[in-house]
Ligand binder design. Structure first.
Ligand code: ZN
Length: 132
């Protein structure tokens, strides 16, 4: 993976933590960013590392509490709107940024701070692999 402009998180692979968290989450979690740690149930590809590094950049902008407050706020707002956990998840603004750009190899080099702020609700939730 190309180096982001700022810091990179630590990647932890082959962990059971995403499996446990999937039991209480509305989606099957393959990888999750928790503060500076990216924890994955298997070996991570470039796309997953990029997706999670985008979340890490979002953490740097809001802090752990700010990130999760807005993450859950968007989730519950989406759940009321769509009545569907997966749809609500794909319309969290942090996920919209991460899914939109996780295939773009250059994104982390050119990403603007607080990019998620301007993301519009336009994900349809199709053909996605779950990376929280
Ligand atoms: Zn994500």
């Amino acid at each position: 993976m190309k180096k982001p402009r700022f810091w990179t998180p630590w990647f932890i692979e082959n962990s059971r933590i995403p499996i446990w968290l999937s039991k209480v989450a509305p989606i099957e979690i393959n990888a999750i960013t928790l503060g500076p740690l990216v924890i994955s149930r298997s070996k991570m590809g470039e796309k997953t590392k990029r997706h999670e590094t985008i979340h890490f950049q979002q953490y740097l902008e809001l802090g752990f509490v700010g990130f999760w407050f807005l993450y859950l706020w968007d989730y519950f707002k989406g759940f009321l709107k769509y009545g569907d956990g997966a749809m609500a998840y794909y319309n969290i603004r942090f996920e919209m940024e991460a899914y939109k750009y996780d295939t773009d190899e250059d994104y982390l080099e050119v990403r603007k701070r607080y990019k998620w702020w301007s993301m519009k609700e336009d994900n349809d939730g199709n053909n996605k692999i779950n990376r929280v």
